[in-house]
Design a protein around this ligand. Structure first.
Ligand SMILES: [Zn+2]
Length: 178
């Protein structure tokens, strides 16, 4: 069980776990204890079988497929596009905050979003003309489009999520970053 999924379940259940950062920090711990207290469970801050069951029975389905990072996005969608020429595909992982914002955009628009570039190794970044300190290198940026929508509509939805946006109008995609 990933802490991120627990944090998402807490949030879905109305408990504030702090930022969705996949780390069991003080706010996440407090949210677990509050949830346990409200559900007549021992408020020890540990997600044992009873707490796990209570936490996940009434919330949204939890991603369960291998590599499923959010309900609509799989890790494989974000791998470096060098096709393993210069790296193993993941010189870095995507940042959970970016994934959560992207998932929110996806859910608000209710239409698929295609990722054209997620994380990049430095060599591939240079090859595709990325700036040297591109946020793609550290998993803080994604290039994408929504086949069922104008790129402007996708940009608007991303801006409502407070994502940084660069619109590549002629190319038909946008760059989103945290
Ligand atoms: Zn690469």
């Amino acid at each position: 069980m990933y802490m991120l999924q627990i944090q998402e379940a807490l949030q879905n259940a109305g408990y504030f776990p702090g930022s969705l950062d996949n780390i069991a920090g003080p706010q996440t711990l407090a949210a677990i204890k509050a949830f346990q207290a409200d559900h007549n469970l021992e408020a020890d801050g540990m997600v044992g079988p009873m707490t796990h069951q209570a936490l996940f029975q009434d919330t949204n389905p939890v991603p369960s497929q291998p590599g499923q990072l959010t309900p609509h996005f799989n890790r494989q969608e974000f791998k470096c596009c060098c096709e393993r020429r210069y790296c193993n595909g993941f010189p870095n992982e995507m940042h959970p905050d970016l994934l959560n914002h992207l998932e929110s955009v996806r859910q608000n628009l209710n239409t698929p979003i295609i990722v054209t570039s997620g994380v990049r190794c430095p060599t591939r970044n240079q090859e595709v003309g990325g700036i040297p300190n591109s946020k793609h290198l550290i998993g803080y940026a994604v290039d994408c489009y929504a086949p069922g929508l104008s790129i402007e509509a996708l940009v608007e939805a991303a801006q409502r999520e407070n994502l940084g946006v660069i619109l590549y109008q002629n190319e038909g995609f946008c760059h989103l970053e945290i």
